[in-house]
Write a protein that binds this ligand. Structure first.
Ligand SMILES: N[C@@H]1[C@@H](O)[C@H](O)[C@@H](COP(=O)(O)O)O[C@@H]1O
Length: 260
């Protein structure tokens, strides 16, 4: 696992957007897995700016979703489908055909989960999966004690995650209890995992994920099992890392051409 400490969220967004752009220059129809929440927004803004400036052509990029609320009406502005369309697909100049996600409105949720896992495989697998991290160490919506081998399935949110996400809704009561999420086993099949964490509120979760044991209790620690995982953190989110100086020195000594 590579840990890159950046000065702030904007620098993290720029670094990761450049990694995505490098991938797209090599593979224009790459399948890019995107995460929701506030943290990845600087990545999407930096990537859209590169597209507008003509620094990268994203016209053939395919986008896939990590997770989704269950039971929100179709078109709800806070469904992750709406969020990804608004924050990623439209700013990149893509249309809905370039985009795939699990169906949070399906009557048969289990079938929708299996169909999504199948669709990801049939699409050739995810080339680069962007991830955030929950304050409880979750990735996607894999809450603590999710199986490290899990596939896309329905999960129940913890109270803490519902409280963390209540800011996107009018009240806590409106935050769904159930979600569909790519499983940890599904996420680990992506060819490159890139997790961005910013702010002091993520420092404990980052320290446990990066320097703690691999444990279902901290779903993000599963990144330790992946051969190409990059964790990008700002100073605040890095503040509880014991090996911070080593991570800084390693990245400083890395030749530019290697990227992340
Ligand atoms: N399902 C999403 C996660 O994918 C995201 O990583 C997390 C953190 O969000 P934020 O970046 O807003 O802190 O929120 C939600 O739970």
């Amino acid at each position: 696992m590579e840990v890159v400490i950046v000065p702030d969220a904007a620098a993290g967004g720029e670094l990761i957007a450049e990694a995505v752009a490098t991938l797209l220059r090599r593979r224009p129809d790459a399948l890019l897995g995107v995460a929701t929440g506030s943290t990845p927004l600087p990545i999407y803004q930096a990537l859209a700016a590169k597209v507008r400036a003509g620094a990268v052509d994203a016209s053939r990029t395919r986008i896939c979703q990590l997770d989704e609320y269950v039971g929100l009406p179709a078109g709800h502005p806070e469904s992750y489908r709406s969020v990804v369309l608004r924050e990623v697909v439209e700013p990149l100049g893509l249309d809905e055909h370039a985009f795939m996600g699990p169906d949070g409105t399906a009557e048969d949720v289990q079938a929708a989960c299996e169909a999504y896992d199948r669709a990801l495989r049939e699409a050739g697998g995810v080339d680069l999966q962007l991830l955030g991290i929950g304050t409880d160490g979750h990735i996607g919506f894999n809450e603590p004690c999710s199986s490290l081998a899990s596939r896309t399935r329905i999960k129940t949110l913890t109270r803490q995650t519902r409280e963390d996400n209540a800011r996107f809704f009018d009240s806590l009561d409106e935050v769904p209890h159930h979600v569909i999420t790519q499983g940890i086993g599904t996420i680990l099949e992506a060819r490159h995992l890139v997790l961005l964490a910013t702010g002091e509120g993520k420092a404990d979760a980052v320290a446990h994920a990066v320097e703690g044991p691999v444990a279902a209790l901290v779903p993000a620690s599963a990144l330790q099992l992946h051969p190409h995982a990059t964790v990008v953190v700002d100073e605040a989110a890095a503040s509880k890392l014991k090996l911070a100086e080593y991570f800084r020195a390693t990245y400083a000594a890395k030749p530019d051409w290697q990227g992340i």
